[in-house]
Ligand binder design. Sequence first.
Ligand code: SAM
Length: 370
Amino acid sequence: MKKYKFELFAVTAPGLESVCARELTALGMAEVVLCKGGVSFQGGLEELYRANLWLRSATRVLVRLGAFGCRDFPDLYRKALRLPWGRFIKPGTRIQVKATSHRSRLQHTGRIAETVQESAGRVLGGAVASDGGPDQLVLVRFEDDQCLISVDSSGELLHRRGYRQKIGAAPMRESLAAGILMLLNWNARAPLVDPMCGSGTFVIEGALMGMRRAPGIERRFAFMQWPRYRPGLWQVLQIQARSAEQPVEMSLIGRDRDPAVLEAASCNASKAGVEAVTLFQTAELGTGDVPEQPGLVLCNPPYGGRLGHDGALIKLYRQLGDIYRSDYRGWQGAVLCPDGPLAQALGGGFDRLDFLDNGGLEVGLYVAHL
Ligand SMILES: C[S@@+](CC[C@H](N)C(=O)[O-])C[C@H]1O[C@@H](n2cnc3c(N)ncnc32)[C@H](O)[C@@H]1O
C-alpha cells in the first residue's frame, strides 16, 4: 500500500505552542516547527493517529489538503476541485467548512466556505450536505491571497478526553491544565496539590500524566470515518499505549470549600480511571495537611469576571500568597489569574511565566519558588 506523508498541524490555545512542540518531539514526529496558534509537523497515518491519541496540550490535529495562491472565486472553485477530497471524506459525509481571511482579496468568508463546499460536493458526487451522516470539518484560511485548506482529523476537540461528565462554575479545559503542568516542568513524580480544585482538572490531568495514560485512548476521532481508516493500526496503538501505563506513586490532592464541585471532581476522576490515585477533600483554603515531600501547589482561583466579582477576592488572593509562602516552603507555587490587582495581591516572589487563554480570557501563569 502506498504510504502517504501528510503535512500535519496541531492547533493549540495561545501560549501552549511550545509545550505542544515538546510533546510532538517526544513522540518522535518529524519536521516539528513552532507556529503561531500551533505546531506543524509531518507524518503518515500512524503519526496522525498517535498525535490524536497522545497530545495533551493540543486542541485538534489538522491535515493539509492543499495550498495555492488565489484572488477570485472562480479560481478558488477550480483549484479546490483538484484537491484529493476522496482520500479523507466518504461520499455522503456532511461537510462543515469554516473560513477565515486576512489581508486577501477574497474576504467574504461565507462565500469562501460555500465555494469550497461546492467543489468538495462536486468531487465527492454531490451528496455532501445530507443530514444525519457523520460531520467532517474543513478549515480554509486565506492570508495574503494564499489559500490553505485543511481537514480536521480530531472531530470533537481534543480537550474532551471523555472523562469530564460534571463541571464546576468555571472549569478549565483539560488541554490547558495539562499544558500548564508541562509549562511548569512538573515531573509527575512529585506531589501535586490544588487547594481550589473545582471539578479537579489539574489533579486529574496530573494523574493521567503520572500514569502515562494516553489522553485520547477512550474516545472517537473524525479520522475513524475516513475512507482509509485502519482500525487494526489504531488497535495496535491502543494496545501499545495501555502497556506503557505505569502506577502512580505520588500524592495528587484536590481541595475546595464547595462539596458539590468536589463530588463532580470525584465522579470525573472515577470516569478517568484515576480515583485510586487522587484524593479530593472538602477544605477551606489554608486547611488540610501538606505532603512532606515538596512538589507543586497550583490553582486557578475565582477571577470575579465569570464567577461574580466582590471585594473579598483581593483578600482571598492575599491569603493565597501568604499560605503558599508559609505552608509550602521548598515547593513550586503557581497561580493562574488575570494581570492587575488580583495578581499583585499574591505578594512577593511571584513572576509571570507566561500569558495563556482561559476560556477567552487572557490570564497570566504566576510562579514562585517558595
Ligand atoms: C475557578 S474555580 C476552579 C476551577 C477548576 N480549576 C476546574 O477546573 O474546575 C475556583 C474554585 O475555588 C473555590 N474556592 C473559592 N474560595 C475558596 C476558599 N476560600 N477555599 C477553598 N476553595 C475556594 C471555588 O469553590 C471554586 O470551585
